[in-house]
Design a protein around this ligand. Sequence first.
Ligand code: NAD
Ligand code: DAU
Length: 333
Amino acid sequence: MRLLVTGGAGFIGANFVHRTVAERPDVQVTVLDALTYAGNRASLAAALDRIRFVHGNITDPDLVDGLVRDTDAVVHFAAESHNDNSLDDPWPFVHTNVVGTYTLLDAVRRHDVRYHHISTDEVYGDLELDDPARFTEDTAYNPSSPYSSTKASSDLLVRAWVRSFGVRATISNCSNNYGPYQHVEKFIPRQITNLLDGGRPKLYGEGRNVRDWIHVDDHNRAVWDVLERGRIGQTYLIGADGEQDNRSVIAALLDIFGRAPDEFDHVPDRPGHDLRYAIDSTLLRTELGWQPRYRDFRAGLEATVEWYRANEAWWRPRKAATEAAYARTEQSG
Ligand code: NAD
Ligand code: DAU
């Protein structure tokens, strides 16, 4: 099988490529990645002799057409992925997430290639803290941020291309991932690397916001399940019953580092900050038999801390610039 993986130098895509290369020797992987600030060739170092790496943009129609023509399936991870950045400058999000997805859909339609679209639970908006409801495949779209609205737009393009043009596509919407190779701009790696540097975690607002954490390997096993056995046109929600408020995550990290529970800073809240996400992944579990393997969040967090401790050379080059950007936002906010 020939597989085109977009965004394979990013967090989830790189973990997907490593799993695929390790467990599926029959799959020939081509990665298409623009190596934006979020992409890192070093994330693929251990796999580079087993894959083809194409440095290019998903909004380039000629490049995409040529790659899609020569593949059996596409898994589309590439995106602008960080909410805070989308509040500073939405345009790259519209361009990559909407125009880029359109460019891929146009090509898979032309060449009748199987397509799997990676999306987010954020397309559904947020839930109240005391709401017993969780998101399901039938929840109405209600995105809050420029990032989530562009992801919602891309999902809707996929649905339309399935219905109007018979494109063989599936969609998965996953909750917050954690694990190796996540950029230091994101919540968990930011706090881990602050602590490794002897600094303090930064909590937006009061930190009551809840995210539904899942280990990146559990996400990627589900992606393979959907790619191989998912129903064409179907959306699958991916989540591992991992709800935690941000304050609790910071408390756990402080404890892992042997630091006092109050050794963190409150920083200005994110405008429009979604309160709570929660996934009901019953369809994925009953129809495709998927189950999470990482059920102990604390153990997963400890392993992630150890990964960042052992891989300083990977994250160090990006840390100072990321914190400088956050400092500018905090001063202006
Ligand atoms: P990331 O920001 O770590 O990586 C994105 C990758 O896409 C980078 O390698 C980047 O260079 C590449 N890229 C960006 N624009 C591109 C373009 N125009 N052309 C080619 N490549 C481009 O993102 P991530 O956290 O790994 O997320 C991957 C996907 O999973 C995204 O679609 C995101 O919406 C979705 N998702 C993420 C999470 C999460 O918790 N991180 C949860 C659910 C869904
Ligand atoms: O739900 C899935 C989404 O999860 C993905 O679609 C996005 O690509 C991914 O970035 C993530 O979005 P979030 O906005 O939830 O993730 P982030 O890591 O930016 O923040 C997680 C929570 O932590 C959120 O409530 C904001 C808060 N936060 C974040 C940072 C960076 C802090 O309190 N302090 C911080 O320093």
